[in-house]
Design a protein around this ligand. Sequence first.
Ligand SMILES: Nc1nc2c(ncn2[C@@H]2O[C@H](COP(=O)(O)OP(=O)(O)OP(=O)(O)O)[C@@H](O)[C@H]2O)c(=O)[nH]1
Length: 267
Amino acid sequence: MPRNKMSSARTILNAVASDRVITKFTPPFHPDGTPYSKVNFHPKVKAACSENRTGRVGLKITKAVLVGDVSVGKTSLVNRFCHDVFDREYKATIGVDFEVEKFSVLSVPITLQIWDTAGQERFKCIAASYYRGAQIVIVAFDLTDEESLHHTNKWMEEACASADEPVKFLVGTKKDLLSPSSYADIESRALKYADKLGAEFWATSSKSGINVTEFFFRAMCLSFDDTLLKELEVTNVSAKQIGTIKVQKSNSDLYEKKKSGSSKCCA
Ligand SMILES: Nc1nc2c(ncn2[C@@H]2O[C@H](COP(=O)(O)OP(=O)(O)OP(=O)(O)O)[C@@H](O)[C@H]2O)c(=O)[nH]1
């Protein structure tokens, strides 16, 4: 069954497809191209998942925004991942578009919302209003168009300004169009950009599909680990607070009893 038909069937059944089940942490694309050293889920995250202590995380939606110059291949990246299709004809995104994918990460259901924004300047205002609260920021550039790499600074800055301490990615597209030597050339410069941006670098091709699934899986692993660690911290803090309240309550109960006892006595 084609993937788009499969996803509508899944929506009805509300189930997670077998190719969206993550049980292992996806490694980075390039060992020198990431500020994120994680290659495994945090032990606290693993323990919480196996003991079903994931709080509200399974109910949350992970928001990813995809930005970058016009025609760098943002929509194609999303279409390859969500529907396993590639269209060689260019159709400009008007404003913003979004896709929803359901995952299971360490058996916790989690929904990814991917906001695919328009690269055209005239849609900038509309697109920018969707950056708010993103946990994943993806800045795409065309590996065959160095100018688009030079603009990634500006895109990252704008998207991160209203995002929520996001995991950051710099994604080079259209890898299929480059010879190995021209790719090596642009890769060295892209790695420097990724370092400056504090982002993880990936090189993909939506035409061949290379590294597309791996990239989104890596984004989900990093974001899930972060989100659950934060949730565990909050749960821990509130558990401590409940403990304090209990102590205070029992103290005040004692006080109340004493008071009422004494009043009874007096009566
Ligand atoms: N060869 C090749 N072409 C690609 C690839 N990805 C995208 N393209 C082509 O690049 C053109 C632009 O792709 P889009 O995905 O529409 O670009 P976009 O960034 O979403 O464009 P805007 O929405 O206008 O900002 C289309 O003609 C695609 O077929 C790729 O990996 N390889």
